[in-house]
Design a protein around this ligand. Sequence first.
Ligand code: P6P
Length: 286
Amino acid sequence: MKAAEPHAEVVDEIVDAICRSAPEIRRGLVGRRGMVDEENPSGEAQAEADVWADELLEDRLASIDGVGQYASEERPAVVDCGEGVAVAVDPLDGSSNLKSNNAMGTIFGVYDAELPAAGTDLVAAGYVLYGPITTLLVAYDDTVVEYELTSEDRGVVERDVSIPDDPVVYGFGGRVPDWPDDFADYVDEVEDELKLRYGGAMIADVNQIVTYGGIFAYPALESAPDGKLRLQFEGIPIGYVVETAGGASSDGTRSLLDVEPTELHQRVPLHVGSTEYVERLEAALD
Ligand code: P6P
């Protein structure tokens, strides 16, 4: 990373810590597929792996000189750990896929502000995808870099990840009867144009969008007007990655990076992907 960037050194250390932790998290999923008798702050059942990955990442990230706060989807409050940037993580995105042995991810956002913080405070963001290969995408300094991770090293796969011009796939969360009519009408158009790819873990589904082009959404629902996904831990970091890769993001009205957070675990309708499909979505919901 460019040494000239004011946060380059701490971002590099955070990315290094995540690169070292991801293969260990992947190995540690074995034997931790059960559920604990607790819920996360969003009221969702927690897997043993959720809690364990969160503790591992807190240990690695909160101890970095230059990290002042650590927060995660799995714990109610922010951990103050000194002076510096704030790191917000979803330790194991899509842990409901543990039972079915499908792909999952780890999401991180680095903010130059106390949490809850807005997208305009974001310095870097990225995600690990536990697929057939463990990969990491990092958005920093207007570029998205993709790495393949092994227990020993990280190798650059793509130095400037860019969403393809011709969209191919789509994936929408929530139950069809729970979609508001204007979103359902938009889906009717999209499903005539693109192929369905939905696997129940946002990171795996978003990586399809980044790789092939298209649109992913977990929209506002009749039963949940703010949708399901969390602004701080999912919406802002993923919005930043997709926008840095040349796509767009929206809560239905504005970029996810422009949504003002009011509380740490607030939810947000999340739509990310090829710009033309995000623009059509905003017009459909207008
Ligand atoms: P549903 C996983 O639990 C998650 O938070 C996201 O990773 C994913 O996109 C969504 O929820 C899946 O939700 O309602 O399809 O199970």
